[in-house]
Write a protein that binds this ligand. Structure first.
Ligand code: NAG
Ligand code: NAG
Length: 431
């Protein structure tokens, strides 16, 4: 934030932009006019090089007559005038160059401002205006990580990829994870292997994996068996994918894939995430009325609520707001023992307020019946004759601790059609 302000500083002094442009145009006009005058008065001489001109002033075997001396006098004056013009022109040239340099230095900001100016348009009639929500993607920076760039070049589809992080603690779940991805026929997925055992496991199962450079200091953090550290790492690694110009569907390991999620995305926002909500209201936003009985006539106090986004399954486009989000979350996680999902949501949703600049990112909540959390499945869907007929895209067993058996039951239910597969499980995992 601070850095950006500093970079904008010098440009602000030069603004308005139009003043700078008009100065350049004036300079160019003066230069052209001067050129015209010179060409008019000295049609043959001006562009002749200095050496040729001096030859003409070599003493020649002509008797020095009155006429000759007059000619030589006027030719001296002409030379003086010429050099004045040349000096004037080169001054103007230097000035012009300086201004061009200034303009180039502030090019980024200048471009942005010019773009904003040129796009300025009047608001259309009532009901027709629509704000920009699909931010432009960043220019890919392949030199950042050529090894990862090469890998992604091979396996990503339309510059999109599913990414998960796994260490050997989650080996069994990882197997369910990639087995279902393969069964659905999704080619563009990648396991970031956090230890050698998982890398070997992926290799022997022909699962695309990526191991970070062991010399990289972040990698040692990834080896600490601590959920918080792995979570922080997740956001740092994600940044590289985005910087390389790829959209990432970040996936936890406790997810069963039943359809290809890339067929069900909107791609209009920086972040498109599954929700921890369990119905339309909680997932998509609602008014929660707070009662303040001491207030009499205004006992009802209205609040705007939404259940949190699930930071274990979201699609993130390679845009500046997205990268800023990752940086903000990673920076806060590095400071202390915060829960990454809480931080992720706070950074996404808290508005700017005194002492705080909120993130300006576009967000979209995924359909809760297509991108289904395990609370929706076990508390609602399996008991609802209509909802249980729907075919979700993924099931995320995020609300339960007995993850592996529930993942297997989900496969039994949705893939093998065993209507009783979900029945043995209580709504929640017992404490
Ligand atoms: C929930 O939201 C979906 C999508 O907006 C809509 O089609 C559906 O009718 C809603 N269901 C209820 C019960 O309001
Ligand atoms: C299922 O859908 C039918 C037809 O839309 C409706 O009449 C019925 O009430 C629904 N059942 C449940 C349990 O929501």
């Amino acid at each position: 934030m601070i850095e950006r302000r500093e970079r904008e500083g010098p440009l602000m002094k030069n603004s308005p932009q139009s003043l700078l442009i008009s100065r350049i145009i004036t300079t160019v006009i003066i230069g052209v006019l001067a050129g015209c005058i010179i060409v008019f008065y000295f049609p043959n001489d001006f562009f002749v090089s200095q050496s040729i001109t001096s030859i003409r002033h070599l003493p020649v075997a002509v008797p020095k007559t009155q006429e000759n001396s007059a000619e030589s006098e006027s030719s001296d004056r002409v030379n003086m005038l010429k050099s004045e013009f040349v000096a004037l022109l080169s001054d103007k040239n230097a000035e012009l160059k300086k201004q061009v340099r200034e303009l180039t230095e502030g090019k980024d900001q200048a471009e942005k401002k010019l773009l904003a100016l040129s796009k300025q348009e009047k608001a259309g009639p009532f009901g027709t205006v629509k704000a920009l929500r699909t931010n432009p993607t960043v220019a890919p920076d392949e030199f950042l990580n050529p090894r990862l760039a090469n890998l992604l070049e091979k396996i990503a589809v339309k510059r999109e990829i599913i990414v998960t992080l796994a260490n050997s603690n989650v080996k069994a779940m990882l197997e369910v994870w990639f087995t279902n991805i393969k069964r659905v026929g999704i080619p563009n997925y990648l396991v970031v292997a956090l230890d050698d055992e998982i890398a070997k496991f992926c290799e022997s199962n022909k699962v695309p994996f990526y191991q970070r450079d062991p010399d990289n200091d972040i990698d040692t953090v990834g080896k600490i068996p601590n959920g918080g550290a792995v979570s922080g790492l997740k956001f740092r690694i994600l940044r590289e994918f985005l910087q390389l110009g790829y959209s990432v569907l970040l996936s936890d390991i406790d997810i069963v894939y039943l359809q290809n999620p890339f067929d069900h995305l909107y791609r209009d926002s920086d972040v498109e995430s599954m929700s921890d909500g369990h119905n339309n209201m909680t997932a998509y936003g609602y008014n929660d009325v707070f009662k303040d009985h001491g207030m009499g006539w205004s006992t009802n106090v209205y609040t705007t609520r939404i259940f949190v986004y699930n930071s274990g399954f979201f699609y993130i486009r390679p845009t500046i707001p997205s990268i800023e989000l990752l940086d903000r979350v990673a920076a806060r996680l590095s400071k202390g023992n915060a829960w990454d999902q809480a931080v992720f949501n706070e950074e996404l949703f808290h508005p700017s307020h005194p002492g705080y600049d909120g993130l300006h990112a576009a967000k979209r909540t995924m359909d809760i019946y297509l991108f289904m959390n395990s609370r929706v499945l076990f508390r609602t869907v399996r008991n609802d004759a209509n909802l249980s007929k729907l075919k979700p895209v993924i099931i995320h067993v995020n609300y339960h601790r007995d993850k592996l058996p529930r993942m297997k039951a989900v496969v039994e239910y949705y893939v093998n059609g065993n209507q009783d597969a979900l029945k043995p499980f209580p709504d929640g995992t017992p404490r």
